[in-house]
Design a protein around this ligand. Structure first.
Ligand SMILES: C[S@@+](CC[C@H](N)C(=O)[O-])C[C@H]1O[C@@H](n2cnc3c(N)ncnc32)[C@H](O)[C@@H]1O
Length: 265
């Protein structure tokens, strides 16, 4: 899947309407509520590093990880914070964190059960005891009730005009949507046009599915809500956040320990 390659160059323009500062404040409150002494955070699927940088400014020691080398290059450009190229399911670091964060639908890019399980396990392995794991994903009831449709987004400043078409193809059997993004970028100074096409394969999850993944990979779900608004999950909440806590090793199901041993050895 060719996601977050050429598209990366225009990612921050396309999401200029996203209030990352408000999101960082929200995350700080959430972290303080569930893990008040937290200092270290890893942001999985950090993209261009906005949350990493804003959380670092708020006093946390933050590492970012993403599998797109283009996104990581943008994140590193104006920062000396730690940004690592890696896959959520397979990265291995020799340190643990108080919080594993993965937001703005990053886990929805993990479309197979195997990848989701490996990623949950890997998050667990990189967490301190009782560490907190925060994700948000596309929510199945909302996708079913607000059937995805073609959307057009336009960004314009004095230098660029970007038109993005998002054309979704729903695979209802596999709980996935293939979104074909087409970007038309006009450089207003040179009048040069660039056309980019990328396919994003995205999965939606129901609450019981996340509960199942969490239970068998050593997590207890502490709270579920739409991030930022605090709304309860419903047909109106496209993205739903899950705040989970690492369960002490001895309290984990035997199946988890078996899976853990195959992961390590
Ligand atoms: C929608 S963007 C979110 C970026 C960032 N978290 C934000 O809030 O702006 C999804 C990001 O997840 C990354 N990603 C998707 N699957 C991944 C994986 N298996 N391992 C690491 N990163 C992944 C993509 O490269 C992309 O940067």
């Amino acid at each position: 899947m060719n996601s977050f390659k050429s598209y990366s160059k225009y990612y921050d323009y396309l999401y200029q309407d996203k209030d990352y500062n408000a999101e960082a404040d929200f995350l700080v409150n959430l972290i303080k509520k569930y893990q008040k002494n937290a200092v270290t955070i890893i942001d999985l699927g950090c993209g261009t590093g906005k949350h990493v940088k804003l959380l670092a400014k708020r006093g946390f020691k933050v590492t970012g990880l993403d599998k797109s080398k283009e996104m990581i290059a943008i994140a590193k450009k104006d920062s000396d914070l730690e940004f690592i190229l890696g896959d959520i399911a397979t990265f291995k670091l020799k340190k643990r964190f108080d919080v594993v964060l993965s937001i703005f639908h990053v886990f929805s890019y993990l479309t197979t059960n195997e990848k989701v399980i490996k990623s949950f396990l890997n998050a667990n392995l990189h967490l301190e005891e009782k560490g907190i794991f925060i994700i948000d994903v596309w929510h199945t009831p909302a996708v079913h009730s607000q059937i995805p449709e073609i959307r057009v987004k336009v960004f314009e400043n004095e230098k660029l005009k970007i038109v993005r078409y998002a054309d979704p193809d729903v695979d209802s059997l596999n709980n996935t949507v293939d979104v074909k993004y087409q970007l038309n970028v006009l450089d207003k100074e040179t009048l040069v046009e660039e056309n980019i096409t990328e396919n994003h394969h995205i999965r939606h999850f129901s609450k019981p599915e996340i509960e199942l993944f969490a239970k068998y990979t050593g997590f207890k779900i502490l709270h579920t809500q739409e991030l930022l608004t605090g709304n309860s999950p419903s047909e109106q909440t496209w993205g739903v956040g899950y705040i989970m806590q690492k369960v002490p090793l001895l309290a984990m199901p035997f199946s988890f320990l078996m899976e853990l041993s195959t992961f390590y050895f």
